[in-house]
Design a protein around this ligand. Structure first.
Ligand code: SF4
Length: 279
């Protein structure tokens, strides 16, 4: 193990996704923790607007599950300058995911140890049934991603594995729901069986071990300039990117949103035992 990524480093979906997108971005962002010097032309318009709108929706849904009066939240959403937020929030309230229950935990963080490495997940919503765990993740994509896209995401792997392995009681199956606010009737749902979780465990263990074993020169800059378009470190790399593809845009958006929403803070909670109370 090199000293670059020390024992005790906490992995999560954002830094693992950043590594997959560009090893060098992982080094700059999560190891050296370098600030980025200036806004990017590509990120100053719709990208940043989408980030703020997405983060606001997450905040509204979080407050809803904390028991804040929905009418008040509807009014807040209606007054938000980006009209999409109000549409999204109303879509949420009309969906099956707005159903309140005592076994739900919004913005809940869990952490596990995998082969000596720490792996953290902060869920938009996690709920526990007697024989099942549900994870919900709210999305605000402009275009509905394909099912296969989510199947292979680091987020799917990290969230389902952490939820499954953090259980103190006999393992319950995990179901992951991706709910897209602009496509409320088309949630993408994965039911994870033990074999799939084992594959995720092997993949993530290998990935984290690999990252911890790398020397500094092995945190290479991506060879794909499309991945640079929305990266904040362009000026460090003298890269300005070319027109981004949809996947690169999605990657950087999710990383930015996670940080905006505090999903990369290392503050794991307890595995829930006491349900939340609602008014
Ligand atoms: S600008 Fe490109 S090469 Fe540099 S860290 Fe970002 S994605 Fe990697």
């Amino acid at each position: 193990m090199t000293e670059l990524v020390p024992a005790g480093f906490v992995f999560h979906q954002s830094n693992l996704q950043a590594f997959r997108t560009c090893r060098h971005s992982f080094l700059l962002r999560y190891v050296r923790k370098l600030p980025w010097p200036a806004p990017l032309a590509a990120r100053t318009s719709s990208f940043e607007k989408d980030l703020v709108a997405g983060s606001t929706l997450h905040s509204l849904i979080h407050q809803y599950f904390l028991g804040i009066n929905p009418e008040l939240l509807i009014s807040c959403a209606a007054n938000f300058p980006d009209s999409r937020v109000s549409v999204w929030f109303n879509n949420f309230l009309g969906s099956q995911y707005a159903k309140l229950a005592a076994n739900q935990y919004p913005e809940h963080t869990l952490q596990i140890t995998l082969n000596g490495s720490l792996l953290l997940a902060k869920f938009d919503l996690i709920s526990f049934e007697e024989d099942l765990i549900h994870i919900c993740d709210w999305k605000t994509s402009r275009v509905l991603p394909k099912r296969q896209f989510f199947q292979d995401r680091i987020q799917t792997m990290v969230y389902t594995l952490v939820a499954a392995r953090a259980q103190s009681q006999a393992s319950r199956p995990v179901v992951m729901h991706y709910w897209e606010a602009s496509f409320p009737e088309q949630p993408i749902i994965f039911e994870m069986d033990k074999a799939q979780l084992l594959r995720y465990e092997e993949s993530l263990t290998d990935l984290m071990s690999n990252i911890q074993s790398l020397e500094i020169e092995e945190f290479e800059r991506t060879s794909d300039p499309k991945k640079c378009t929305y990266c904040e470190y362009q000026s460090y790399c003298s890269r300005w990117g070319t027109e981004a593809d949809g996947e690169s845009l999605y990657d950087w958006f999710e990383i930015g949103l996670s940080e905006l929403d505090g999903k990369t803070n290392n503050e794991p909670g307890e595995f829930p035992g006491t349900p939340l109370a609602y008014n």
